[in-house]
Design a protein around this ligand. Structure first.
Ligand code: ZN
Ligand code: ZN
Length: 261
């Protein structure tokens, strides 16, 4: 049954390496391996409304879907071609193949060639009939009632990523998991909801080696953008969710469901 209210379900809320990092014995990773309040999987979410729209396809996608009782999607949106956001695409394609479902995989134009290089076997016809790679920028369709705009955002030393702006009935919300150093703030002002990536609570590594905001920087950006609600995701082992987030911010966790505007 699809819900009456459109909602966002967080499938995974960690950074690119997951929490725990399997080789790490820091306090957060140790807690995540035992009492598991900080255990989280790689970042993805699904919009659930009059359609189910997957946002990103991490390596744990199959396990995330089984955990949440999901059986399929109507479309997928991909932000960028990093492992933590795309390695589950093979599972999406296999699901389409075995159930004969159709689920186009939409990505920004510059990301599509990278997906074809990373997944050459998915470019053959029997996969492309069910799970074609398509341009989100060229698409005129709506996604669970939202128009979607892919916006290029800086991704620190990783170069560029994309974030998505969703609009329906004059209300807007955004999904920006991987960003550092946003300079064009205008498209992001006054959102009802901003889902924003923050990998550390307070990152001490030099800026030139970094790729995602820390929680302090995210708080500063949020103070500028003034969204109605902010939820932080893409949380690495530098974030301990047992400690409170800064005032006005909230940490996502795997399985969190929030209403969408
Ligand atoms: Zn990422
Ligand atoms: Zn750790």
């Amino acid at each position: 049954m699809l819900p009456v209210v459109t909602q966002l379900r967080f499938l995974g809320t960690s950074d690119s390496q997951g929490v725990p990092r399997w080789w790490c014995s820091c306090g957060v990773c140790t807690e995540a391996k035992t009492s598991r309040k900080n255990a989280r999987t790689r970042p993805a979410a699904v919009i659930e409304g009059d359609a189910r729209i997957l946002i990103d396809a991490p390596p744990e996608l199959r396990l995330q879907c089984a955990r949440e009782g999901l059986t399929g999607f109507d479309a997928a949106l991909i932000t960028h071609a990093h492992n933590d956001h795309i390695l589950g695409l093979g599972d999406v394609a296999d699901w389409g193949r075995w159930t004969r479902a159709r689920c186009p995989i939409y990505a920004p134009d510059e990301v599509l060639p990278q997906l074809r290089v990373r997944f050459p076997y998915l470019t053959v016809e029997n996969y492309q009939a069910r799970t074609p790679f398509l341009s989100v920028e060229a698409s005129a369709r709506t996604f669970a009632g939202y128009t979607v705009k892919a916006v290029r955002v800086p991704h620190g030393f990783n170069g560029v990523s994309n974030a998505f702006l969703f609009e329906r009935g004059g209300k807007r919300w955004g999904y920006m998991p991987d960003c550092l150093g946003l300079s064009d703030l205008e498209p992001w002002r006054g959102l009802e909801l901003l889902v924003l990536g923050a990998s550390f609570y307070h990152e001490t590594a030099p800026l030139e080696g970094r790729s995602v905001y820390d929680v302090q920087e995210a708080a500063a950006l949020v103070a500028e953008l003034k969204p109605e609600t902010t939820i932080l995701t893409h949380l690495g082992h530098g974030v301990d969710v047992r400690r409170p987030a800064p005032v006005g911010l909230r940490y996502a966790h795997d399985g969190l469901v929030v209403p969408l505007p």
